[in-house]
Write a protein that binds this ligand. Structure first.
Ligand SMILES: Cc1ncc(COP(=O)(O)O)c(C=O)c1O
Length: 389
């Protein structure tokens, strides 16, 4: 399979393609879906075969004896991220939105504050609010076109009712990879305010050449407050399997999380475990290396084309396949630039305000799609904003 192959996803219950007309008014006939974070690529053969082999048995019973699955996760984190984890510390949840919600339930009470550095992945705020906790938005600042964390401001903002910080590393929507010094500063902030630190690292494998992701778990002295969240789903485009890992070294936090899972009767769906184990393999690793090269090529084309439009600025990104584009320089209000993207360019992209404070003038574009489509999207955007040239 080549990443250039165009796969028709219409009629497959794809949220990204089959819902874009309903949600964004972007027509099926010639629209381009660049919103939800899944890719238009098939996973590597090892993953497809694992599912085929499982399906072929014709028996779809409960999953058990998960030692090889845990060992595959341990191998991947060690091999790819230099993180030596204990397989006994792994919980498998129904994805990481579910993992975040479970952390909120396990480690906070109604009325507690949960801190987010905004703009950030929108589902965090959704599950925190739905659980009756307060979302405490700490807005990031911008320096040289990229996001920075302003801890003096955040220290002043804390009231004492905050119990947890959900941190996104690498960062969605900006594609920022945090340095060791930045991670240490985040850890110090969590300690200063006695916060449980939930580090969502779902994008950790999709890091462009020249940048290195550092797992929060490789920092020292955080074990008693750290919850790590990872998954194979973004990396291998298997998000429909709704499988994620919540990894907790501290025995007390682990017991609280386990009690919450037991109370809700949660256990994983076997299909996701089969695919994850197959993905976390040398064959899966070789595929990811090729994928990242391809995504990097798409990134360069998308950024160059978009940044050539006066008034538009795609934030420099070190990871993910989600470009965060600022329309502020157009001088247009949000409804006008959104109308041009959706109705003139016929592209469905995420609206910035859903990512929280600081997102108003932005839209997020998913370029994990065959290159011909990325080129088409860039040309459409250039035409939709041609009057600014
Ligand atoms: C930072 C982050 N966390 C979690 C998710 C979704 O995770 P899941 O599909 O496992 O619920 C996404 C999806 O885009 C994401 O960007």
């Amino acid at each position: 399979m080549s990443f250039d192959d165009i796969i028709d996803r219409f009629g497959s219950h794809s949220v990204k393609w089959d819902m874009m007309d309903k949600l964004y008014g972007v027509p099926k006939e010639d629209g381009i879906a660049m919103w939800v974070a899944d890719m238009d690529f098939r996973p590597p053969e090892c993953v497809v075969k694992s599912l085929d082999a499982m399906a072929e048995t014709g028996v779809y019973g409960y999953y058990g004896e998960d030692a090889s699955y845990r060992a595959a996760i341990q191998w991947w984190m060690n091999e790819r991220h230099g993180w030596d984890l204990d397989p006994a510390h792994i919980f498998t949840t129904h994805g990481l939105v579910n993992g975040t919600a479970m952390c909120v339930e396990a480690f906070t009470q109604p009325g507690d504050g949960v801190v987010l550095f905004t703009p950030v992945y929108h589902a965090f705020a959704r599950v925190i609010s739905a659980a009756g906790r307060d979302v405490v938005e700490c807005e990031m600042t911008r320096q040289d076109g990229r996001y920075e964390l302003d801890f003096d401001a955040y220290d002043a903002q804390m009231t004492g009712k905050e119990r947890m910080l959900v941190f996104c590393s690498p960062h969605n929507p900006s594609g920022r990879v945090w340095s060791k010094a930045e991670l240490q500063a985040v850890a110090a902030f969590a300690k200063r305010h006695d916060l449980i630190l939930v580090s969502d690292e779902i994008h950790h494998d999709l890091v462009f050449p020249g940048h290195t992701h550092i797992p929060m778990a490789t920092l020292h002295g955080l074990e008693d407050r750290l919850v790590m969240m990872t998954a194979a789903t973004k990396t291998f485009n298997i998000a429909g399997s709704h499988t994620g890992n919540v990894i907790i070294a501290d025995p007390d936090l682990r017991a609280r999380f386990a009690a919450k899972m037991a109370g809700l009767g949660l256990s994983p769906n076997s299909f996701g475990l089969f695919m994850t184990e197959a993905a976390y393999s040398p064959e899966g690793a070789a595929w990811v290396d090729e994928l990242v090269q391809y995504l990097d090529g798409n990134r360069q084309i998308f950024d160059a084309g978009v940044n050539a439009i006066p008034g538009l600025a795609s934030m420099p990104m070190a990871s993910t396949y989600l470009a965060w584009v600022d329309f502020d320089g157009t001088g247009m209000d949000r409804s006008e630039f959104t109308r041009r993207v959706e109705q003139d360019a016929r592209i469905a992209a995420n609206h910035g305000p859903t990512f929280g404070t600081g997102g108003d003038s932005f839209m997020r574009f998913n370029f994990a799609t065959p290159r011909a489509r990325v080129i088409d999207a860039v040309e459409r955007l250039q035409a939709a904003f041609a009057d600014l040239q």
